[in-house]
Each structure stands twice: as structure tokens, then as C-alpha cells.
Design a protein around this ligand. Structure first.
Ligand code: BJ8
Length: 389
């Protein structure tokens, strides 16, 4: 029988939107002190180079529906909500991080995004990294060259020289952040789950609004220690009967309330994320022993298990590791409407989860509106009924 007690949010918990808004003021103050800012949208952009240039990377607003109607004046309606929101925020001048960015960096991941960047460039200079979509030697050489060119672009725009030692130092700092975040995400392996997946994902996303990389690590390390101490004192040795879920697919920040929070309120625990705000970008470090820093960066970033890569078998292998390592009972895949790469790849994910791992799988296609909230709730409740726990 399913337990219904939801894990409480801590008193000082900030929602993603609260953290995003609190970051506006910090960003303004940093700009007044002369900070250089690079706005970005995607995990493939090597932040290490931005830090090495003495600039601050910031994730641009892309996760609410408000600016979408304005974006639809110039973009087709049947486009991914993340792309429409990214453009809409810029068009309506409602993303302060976009406003404060000295440079915006895009990447040729999916077709919709790469074409949207051409429109974005009319509002603010948008430098686009040409991402290859395979992982062979030719792709690696091409991507390494793109990384060097991005470094040169940063040197040019900020009038600085980026040395290999600067990059090495940034690699070490960013690797520390990956380790800290991964340790925090791995708390989901504990049974019972020590915190909600809603809190876990929100904190990872919200962390990007603290801007100071070391401070961000300190905050997450402190929270990790607190969670472990609470779990050992109150929960250890009392396994839960709540189904343990893995969430995979598209970025979920824009649908976190209506899917992740909702499924946890229905009696499950989201304990693992195969997403860009979960383990996906953090699981592989940049090789600090590689004497060629550009090669090290190229190899790490090309291995990110995003569905824009073809083939992308390594994503299935990693989902398998997550299922085993986090004792998963069911998988929920989130597809943002019109995201063709994740939508097509979902065929393989479903087959892998149901046939090779023998687990229930639910595919939810949605956008940022609230119109399907009731229907999603009904489907989540029915899905939980299929889990044998
Ligand atoms: S590394 S997941 S952040 S591309 S915008 S592909 S949802 S149709 S965001 Fe992503 Fe980088 Fe990959 Fe991660 Fe689909 Fe929408 Fe395209 Fe999207």
C-alpha cells in the first residue's frame, strides 16, 4: 500500500521563480561593479571558458508561458515552448539576465533553437557554437575547433587573453561543482527518499542564480550534510513503500509544478533525474590530467547524453545505471511539445525501460500552459496504480 506522507519542504525553501527574481538584484549589483556576463541556454556551452575569461555565465529565462504569445508573432505556434519562451523573454525585454548579458551564446542543438538564434541575434549579438551531432573522431576535431573559436570570441569581446592556466583553473572549479551537485543528487539513492524531487531539482536550477561558483558549492554541500543528518536521525532503517521514480526527457523547469510536484503529491518520490538539471551534465568530469585543455573540454561536452546526438545509445545505458543505482520502480518521460529529438528517441527509451528493465513507463507530452493539468494528474494517478510496490 502506498504511503501518502509527502516530504516537507524546508522553511527557507525558495521556488525557482523566487530564486530567479532574487538573482536579478544580485546581477544588477554585479553589473554596477563592472561584471562581464554571458547569457546561455544549454549544457553544451563550455562554461569553463566563460569563467576563464573572467566573466559570469548565466542561464537565460526560458521556463514560463507569459512571453510565448509575443514570441508567436514571429515564430510558428507549433514550436517547443522552451524555444518560444526564450525568444519571447528577449523580445518583450522581460528577462533581466538577457538585458545584462554582454554576449548571448547559442548552439546548434535542435533545429528550432538554432533557427530561433538567428532571430535573437537581431535583438542582441548571439554567438552560435556549431555543435556536431555525432561522436566520431571527425566530430571531435570539429567540436574542439569550435571550442577554440569560442575562446577567441570571448577574448575579442572582453579584450582579455585567456591562458591555458586560466582554463585549467576553471576546469578544476567547475569539476568541483559537478562533484558537489552529483553528491547532492545521489541523495536520491537513499531509501526512504530524504527529500522531494521537487526540492532537489529546484535547488539545482536555482543554484545558477547565486553566480559565485564556490558559494554555490558551499550552499549545496551544507544542504547535503543537513539532509544526511536528518535522514540518519529520523529515517534510516525505515524503507518507504512510495514508488521511486526516475524523470527523464526534456528540461522540466517549466513543468515542474504540474508534473514533478503533482506526482509526489499523489504519493510517489521522484528520486533521480536523467535531465540537464539532473545527472546528465554532471556525471562526466572534464579530464584534469589531459595536457590539451581544449581536447579535454571537447571530449567531455560531446559526451552529454542529449537526444540531439545521433545515435545516442549511451543515454539508454545511463538510464539503466540510474534505474539500478537508485532502485527505480517506474520512469516518467517528459516531452515538450514539438521536441522532435526527444519525442522520436522516446521510442527507444520506452522499449528499454519496459522490455529490458521490466518497469512501467509513462510518456507525457506537454507545454507550459495549465490547460492539461487535470488530465496529467489523472494519467499520473493511473500510472502509479500500475506500479507494484
Ligand atoms: S543539452 S536537453 S539544454 S539541448 S529546445 S531539444 S526541448 S525542441 S533543450 Fe536541451 Fe541542451 Fe540538450 Fe540539455 Fe527539445 Fe525544445 Fe529543442 Fe530542447
Amino acid at each position: 500500500m502506498m504511503e501518502n506522507t509527502n516530504i516537507k519542504l524546508p522553511d527557507n525553501f525558495e521556488t525557482y521563480n523566487e530564486a530567479r527574481q532574487a538573482g536579478f538584484l544580485r546581477m544588477k549589483q554585479l553589473k554596477e561593479k563592472g561584471a562581464k556576463v554571458v547569457g546561455m541556454f544549454c549544457s553544451f556551452v563550455p562554461m569553463e571558458l566563460v569563467y576563464a575569461a573572467g566573466a559570469l555565465p548565466v542561464g537565460l529565462c526560458a521556463f514560463t508561458e507569459e512571453p510565448i504569445p509575443a514570441a508567436e508573432a514571429n515564430l510558428p505556434r507549433n514550436l517547443c515552448p522552451l524555444i518560444k519562451a526564450s525568444y519571447g523573454f528577449a523580445l518583450t525585454d522581460t528577462c533581466p539576465y538577457f538585458y545584462f548579458s554582454d554576449l548571448v551564446v547559442g548552439e546548434t542543438t535542435c533545429d528550432g533553437k538554432k533557427k530561433m538564434f538567428e532571430l535573437l541575434d537581431e535583438i542582441k549579438e548571439t554567438y552560435v557554437m556549431q555543435l556536431p551531432h555525432s561522436r566520431d573522431d571527425a566530430a571531435l576535431a570539429f567540436w574542439k575547433d569550435q571550442i577554440v573559436r569560442f575562446k577567441e570570441k570571448l577574448e575579442d569581446i572582453f579584450q582579455v587573453t585567456i591562458t591555458e592556466d586560466d582554463i585549467r583553473d576553471a576546469i578544476r572549479r567547475k569539476n568541483r561543482e559537478r562533484r558537489v551537485m552529483l553528491k547532492y543528487l545521489e541523495l536520491g539513492k537513499l531509501d526512504p527518499a530524504p527529500m522531494s524531487g521537487y526540492e532537489m531539482g529546484t535547488r539545482v536550477d536555482a543554484g545558477s542564480f547565486s553566480f559565485d561558483l564556490d558559494q554555490r558549492c558551499d550552499i549545496i554541500e551544507k544542504r547535503t550534510a543537513e539532509v544526511i543528518a536528518e535522514w540518519e536521525a529520523n529515517c534510516k532503517g525505515k524503507p518507504s513503500t512510495r514508488p521511486r521514480l526516475l524523470v527523464t526527457g526534456c528540461p522540466n523547469a517549466g513543468v515542474r509544478e504540474k508534473i514533478i510536484r503533482a506526482v509526489e503529491e499523489l504519493g510517489a518520490d521522484v528520486v533521480a533525474f536523467d535531465t540537464c538539471n539532473g545527472n546528465r551534465e554532471k556525471v562526466e568530469l572534464v579530464d584534469e590530467s589531459n595536457p590539451d585543455v581544449y581536447d579535454a573540454l571537447a571530449r567531455k561536452y560531446l559526451n552529454i547524453n542529449c537526444s540531439v546526438m545521433s545515435p545516442n545509445d549511451s543515454r539508454r545505458a545511463y538510464i539503466g545505471e540510474l534505474i539500478d543505482g537508485y532502485s527505480i520502480d517506474g520512469v516518467v518521460e517528459i516531452i515538450l511539445q514539438s521536441c522532435h529529438t526527444y519525442d522520436v528517441e522516446a521510442h527507444f527509451i520506452k522499449r528499454f525501460v519496459t522490455q529490458e528493465k521490466g518497469l512501467p513507463y509513462l510518456n507525457i507530452e506537454t507545454d507550459y500552459s495549465q490547460s492539461d493539468k487535470g488530465q496529467i494528474n489523472t494519467r499520473l494517478a493511473a500510472f502509479l496504480e500500475t506500479i507494484d510496490k
